[in-house]
Design a protein around this ligand. Structure first.
Ligand code: PLP
Length: 403
């Protein structure tokens, strides 16, 4: 059977694959310490769940406007003003089925066949896939761990060429946990000013999950002059533990938002009416629910990062935010005689140590592992113990010295 080439070029997600394997092992009654998840392990807060109940009882069960209920769009505009000092008009925002659909809509609208989209690497898996589905070509700019996962301005400048149409920015970053500093954003903005044809998407989905107390900065915080070619994507999934509700949103120039609404109108239409009411409660309600979750992520981060870094053959830098660490495990891979790369390492860890993590090559950076700490402290401790035992056992069998 043959399918559309744009679909055949997209590879299945390694995150989903590892999580499916871990789930299958659990069905077979194995007790996997799962550090593969890309979502908070908390329940959606009570007042948000209540808003959904009320929406059902009040009869909000019909199609909504493609770009979301007016009330929710107003709440989105308030959120952008409150948290980001961005003043969007009503026609400059839209509600989507998760941030993922906002990203997909904009790729469909902005990218033409043969265009290039520049993606810092490591990257969230869906960026290159969405670029490919839009029949454009992903081009990568490396932001390696030895450079503190920073996008070097000269490398970015070199990657932006005649065919470049779009640049992806994601901070706090999945998978590295890195938050771009003011100076880095200013340097990126400076490069972008030399490339006036390039659009930018700022994926701020992890905005609230940060371990410092300073204000959140995105590209527009430091370069408001780029607003006429920047789309700011965000949503409720990560901050409010609402991944399954499927509500995202985007702010940007009205012509683009209007075209994105057209695309969405002919694909999914508006996201679930009940979820939209819940999202409104999340955006307008008590924001301290977010602080409680972030405090837990911070504590877990403090536990897991030094422990990973202390494991032989593993180097792990602290994350600034998100619930991910992205350690370099190449030293360990070298020491394990029958393991050649991060995929094999993740497979061995899953089957022989019962620890689920995602291989870095799924994010474009082989040799690394993405470790999620959106898991209970017990799960984290169990995973760390198992990792330590696995390394001890496997490297002493091989008779090799570690680190
Ligand atoms: C960087 C990044 N952007 C966007 C998304 C999509 O989020 P949503 O659940 O709102 O579609 C994710 C989810 O994992 C993500 O990691």
């Amino acid at each position: 059977m043959s399918f559309a080439p744009r679909v055949e070029r997209v590879r299945p997600s390694l995150t989903l694959q590892i999580n499916a394997e871990a789930a299958a092992m659990e069905r077979g009654h194995e007790n996997v310490a799962r550090l593969g998840a890309g979502e908070p392990d908390f329940d959606t807060p009570e007042h948000i769940r209540q808003a959904a109940h009320q929406a059902i009882e009040a009869g909000y069960t019909r199609y909504t406007a493609v770009d979301g209920y007016p009330d929710l769009r107003a709440a989105v505009r308030e959120k952008f003003a409150r948290d980001n000092d961005l003043q969007f008009a009503d026609e400059e925002v839209m509600v989507t089925c998760g941030a993922k659909q906002a990203l997909s809509d904009l790729a469909q609208v902005l990218l033409r066949s043969g265009d290039e989209a520049v993606i810092p690497r490591p990257y969230w898996v869906s960026y290159p896939a969405q670029v490919t589905l839009a029949e454009a070509d992903p081009v990568f700019v490396d932001a390696p761990m030895d450079e503190d996962f920073t996008i070097a301005p000269e490398r970015l400048d070199a990657a932006l060429g005649e065919r470049t149409r779009l640049l992806y920015l994601n901070s706090p970053n999945n998978p590295t946990g890195r938050v771009y500093r003011r100076a880095e954003l200013e340097a990126i903005a400076e490069v972008l000013r030399r490339h006036p044809r390039v659009w930018v998407v700022s994926d701020d989905i992890y905005e609230h999950i940060r371990f410092d107390s300073g204000p959140f900065l995105n590209l527009l915080s430091v370069a408001p002059d780029l607003a006429d070619r920047t789309l700011v994507v965000n949503g409720v999934s990560k901050a409010y533990a609402m991944t399954g509700w499927r509500v995202g949103f985007v702010g940007g120039p009205r012509q683009v938002i209007s075209e994105m609404t057209k695309v969405q109108g002919q694909s999914t239409a508006g996201t679930a009416s009940i979820s939209q009411h819940a999202a409104q409660a999340a955006l307008r309600g008590d924001q301290s629910v977010v602080d409680h979750m972030v405090a837990a992520f911070r504590t877990r981060h403090e536990r897991i990062v030094p422990a990973l870094d202390a494991l032989p053959g593993i180097r792990c830098r602290p994350s600034d935010g998100t619930f991910y660490a992205f350690p370099d495990a190449s030293g360990l891979i070298e020491r394990l005689p029958d393991v050649d790369d991060d995929r094999e390492l993740a497979e061995r860890l899953l089957h022989d140590a019962e620890v689920a993590v995602v291989p870095g090559s799924g994010f474009g950076m082989p040799g690394h592992l993405r470790v999620s700490f959106a898991a209970s402290m017990d799960t984290i401790d169990t995973a760390l113990e198992r990792l330590s035992e696995f390394i001890e056992r496997e490297t002493s069998d091989a008779g090799t010295q570690t680190r």
